[in-house]
Write a protein that binds this ligand. Structure first.
Ligand code: DGL
Length: 290
């Protein structure tokens, strides 16, 4: 039995619906959700830079939380860096989040599917290769929506339904103009706008996401080795929302923590910079002591 947490990671609030979905089906499992506010947004970053940021952050998170499974609840990070992360941390079970392209291409009547994501996800060959692998005769229209990522991260909680609907309409109209009849929400942030997307897309466009798929994948990992990976403790400890970056945190973080029933912590408070210095000191090369 194993009481280490399942750790979810995204650049911001995007992965919270994924975390909640998993929790709804696995209420006993301890959870740590990490919002990498210090490096938000991931979408405009180059692959090498993003990979470096993620490896550095992950080292710190592993040292602090010793998770039994890491869920990269971010399409951008998964598409660009999951392979490098797996290589950097062999033996650590990791679940990625990639756009739910398979059902969208297979179920498209018009042989035209759309993917909405960050610029990194849309421009990464991985995304298009995925489509070609499952249905080469299906045309894919990719739209990058960095404004919508910003909207969800910084404005969603204050916006009323009319504003939320206005935010998604131009994207759905773009897909409709391209003759698309299935659209994949290829960024975890967009799950916050699922209802609005479904409203704008009805009745001719279907909306697809990866939330249930990711949760099943984590469950399958835990169940594969139930004796050693499932918890026996039940939900004894608070689940954490850990936010990176400088103080003070914007008040919205406490509201997100309350809304998702998580206890808010700042990474730098749990792991002050002195610890980093200490960690660095341990890896100083020998020549320095000569
Ligand atoms: N939520 C992330 C995703 O799924 C990306 C948002 C960002 O640009 O940081 O791609």
């Amino acid at each position: 039995m194993n009481n280490q947490p399942v750790l979810f990671l995204d650049s911001g609030i995007g992965g919270l619906p994924y975390c909640r979905h998993f929790h709804g089906h696995n209420p006993a499992e301890p959870l740590v959700y990490v919002a990498d506010r210090a490096s938000f947004p991931y979408g405009p970053r180059e692959q090498g830079e993003l990979t470096g940021l993620l490896i550095t952050l992950m080292k710190r998170l592993l040292r602090l939380f010793n998770p039994k499974v890491v869920v990269v609840a971010c399409n951008t990070a998964s598409v660009s860096a999951l392979a490098a992360l797996r290589k950097a941390f062999p033996g650590l079970p990791m679940v990625g989040t990639v756009p739910a392209i398979k059902p969208a291409v297979l179920e498209s009547q018009q042989q035209r599917a759309g993917v909405l994501g960050t610029e990194r996800t849309i421009n990464d060959p991985y995304t298009m290769n995925l489509a070609a692998r499952y249905r080469p005769d299906c045309t894919i229209t990719g739209i990058a929506a960095p404004d919508l990522v910003e909207f969800v991260e910084h404005r969603y909680a204050l916006a009323d339904e009319a504003e939320r609907r206005r935010a998604v309409v131009p994207y759905i109209e773009g897909f409709r103009a391209a003759g698309v009849d299935t659209v994949v929400l290829g960024c975890t942030h967009f799950l916050f706008l699922l209802k609005e997307f479904q409203w704008a897309a009805a009745p001719d466009i279907g909306i697809y996401d990866s939330i249930a798929g990711v949760s099943h994948r984590v469950e399958a990992l835990l169940d594969r080795d139930e004796q050693t990976l499932r918890t026996d403790r039940g939900c004894g400890e608070a689940h954490l929302l850990v936010v990176t970056g400088a103080s003070p945190l914007e008040p919205s973080w406490q509201r997100w923590a309350d809304a998702f029933d998580l206890t808010l912590r700042r990474l730098e408070d749990l792991d002050p910079p002195e610890n980093d210095l200490h960690a660095e000191a341990l890896t100083i090369p020998d020549w320095i002591h000569r």
